[in-house]
Design a protein around this ligand. Structure first.
Ligand code: PFF
Length: 463
């Protein structure tokens, strides 16, 4: 009974290119340029990069297709998609989790985007900033974050296709060019070799449970998989779209930008700031990049300003899609107007962003909040949000969605959905996808989760 569910008359992407740009715009964001390098730094460098690439190819890509299939087949938001395809309340909680994750991550993602706005100005005016002082000044950080959420709301209010999609089509390629320029400067700095080696030559002894969970979590964060976003965007796809080809572009673009992001940071870090450790966390990019811009003569600061401006655009194309998921849910399932949904969720995210902004201020309550999760110590409100929503919940959602299509439903129907518009998918690729969704994805994710709670030895680190 293929496609027994008739999609409701909703919007559709105008072209494949439009979909690739919108989904690629969602994927390419702060996750590639800010999160990927610091998570790499915290997980031992090259070994993490190696595991990350495997996670993207073997787990991320099949799950990306899984979400698109679910979305296009049902023509609904994440909760509606599972409801429409006959999923019970239990499976629908995966959809509810998607809505929650998007909302929660939007709140702290906007804090980083706010820092980015600050850096556009300090670069252009060419005033040196002490990152530690900057993030500990709520008077700057909170309004900048609010401004970013307001920008996000205003785009979502107006619909995505007009302004931002057009702008992204032009601005994303410019961002790629600037990244290449900065990476080229970074790798040619005297003393860059140590950083290149740290980043690109894996030391396999560093791979443990924590590294694998972080790599998997980062792959899902970066690809926008496990958030219901690809279900939502997939629901706007016509049956003629070659989703296999589109997914290849999205994953390829996303991985290239992340890998280049590391190439901008690590060589420069080792060359210019030998005292700073690569595992210093979220501050990494903001500490390192301004030093690289100082080394680009002349007009380094202008290039710096442009870089942060484009990073802001990348963050905006991601945050609008994050807001779009809960908005689509409230429109479809609760019959809210787009205006009511965008304002209510946006303003709620503003409130929730405040503790994340304050978490950077040393000694305050939100900075000192801590939690011990099966031996893994998580410190501060920001890190708590990033761990529970930005990593753990996403991994659980991916597990549930693969079990749902792989075992609860007839997986072949979803494989046929993918083959529609992509003739070359029939045959071996289709069989391979079914195998990955039924076996590889759930088994790997379950092992990683069990490992995290200490089933195989030392909790958290993998033993
Ligand atoms: N993939 C984005 C990034 O790497 O920054 C984050 C993201 C945006 C995830 C939107 C999910 C989403 F719906």
């Amino acid at each position: 009974m293929q496609n027994s569910i008739k999609p409701p008359s909703r919007g559709q992407w105008g072209s494949s290119f439009g979909f690739i740009m919108a989904a690629g715009g969602s994927a390419v964001g702060l996750g590639n340029i800010w999160r990927f390098p610091y998570i790499t730094g915290q997980n031992g460098g090259g070994a993490f990069v190696f595991v990350y690439v495997l996670c993207v190819l073997l787990i991320g890509l099949p799950l990306l297709l899984n979400e698109i299939a679910l979305g296009r087949k049902s023509g609904r938001n994440p909760v509606g998609a599972i409801k429409e395809t006959g999923g019970s309340g239990f499976w629908q909680t995966a959809g509810v989790l998607c809505v929650l994750v998007c909302f929660a991550v939007l709140s702290y993602y906007s804090v980083i985007a706010g820092w980015t706005i600050g850096y556009i100005f300090t670069e252009l005016i060419n005033i040196p900033v002490d990152f530690e002082d900057f993030v500990q000044t709520p008077l700057y950080v909170i309004p900048l974050c609010m401004l970013f959420i307001l920008m996000t709301i205003s785009v979502v209010l107006g619909g995505i296709s007009g302004g931002i999609e057009k702008a992204a089509k032009f601005l994303m390629p410019v961002l790629f060019l600037i990244i290449i320029l900065i990476a080229a400067r970074s790798v040619t700095l005297p003393g860059a070799g140590a950083g290149i080696e740290y980043y690109l030559s894996p030391d396999f002894t560093k791979i443990n449970g924590k590294v694998i969970l972080s790599a998997l979590g980062q792959a899902f964060f970066s690809l926008s998989v496990g958030w219901g976003l690809m279900i939502t965007f997939g629901s706007y796809l016509p049956k003629t779209n070659n989703v296999i080809q589109s997914s290849g572009w999205i994953a390829g673009m996303d991985s290239m930008v992340a890998l280049m992001g590391g190439l901008m940071i690590f060589p420069a870090l080792f060359a210019l700031l030998p005292g700073v450790s690569p595992d210093e966390g979220p501050a990494l990019v903001f500490n390192v990049l301004p030093r690289v811009f100082d080394q680009i003569e002349p007009f380094g600061n202008i290039i710096g300003g442009m870089f942060f401006l484009l990073l802001l655009v990348a963050a905006l194309t991601s945050s609008i899609s994050m807001l779009e998921v809960p908005v689509a849910y409230f429109i479809d399932e609760r019959k809210w107007s787009r205006k009511k949904a965008a304002w209510t969720i946006g303003i709620a995210a503003m409130f929730l962003s405040i503790p994340s902004s304050l978490a950077a201020v040393k000694g305050n309550f939100f900075n000192q909040l801590g939690f011990n999760f099966f031996g893994r110590q998580i410190a501060g409100f920001f890190d708590l949000m990033d761990f529970f929503f930005g990593t753990l919940a996403i991994v659980i959602i991916c597990l549930m969605l693969s079990l749902y299509t792989g075992w609860v439903k007839n997986v072949k129907e979803y494989a046929s959905e993918l083959a529609m518009g992509a003739v070359s998918f029939d045959g071996f690729p289709k069989k391979a996808w079914v195998f990955f969704i039924k076996w590889i994805c759930p088994i790997v994710i379950t092992l990683v989760l069990l490992n995290m709670i200490g089933v195989f030895g030392e909790p958290g680190e993998g033993g």
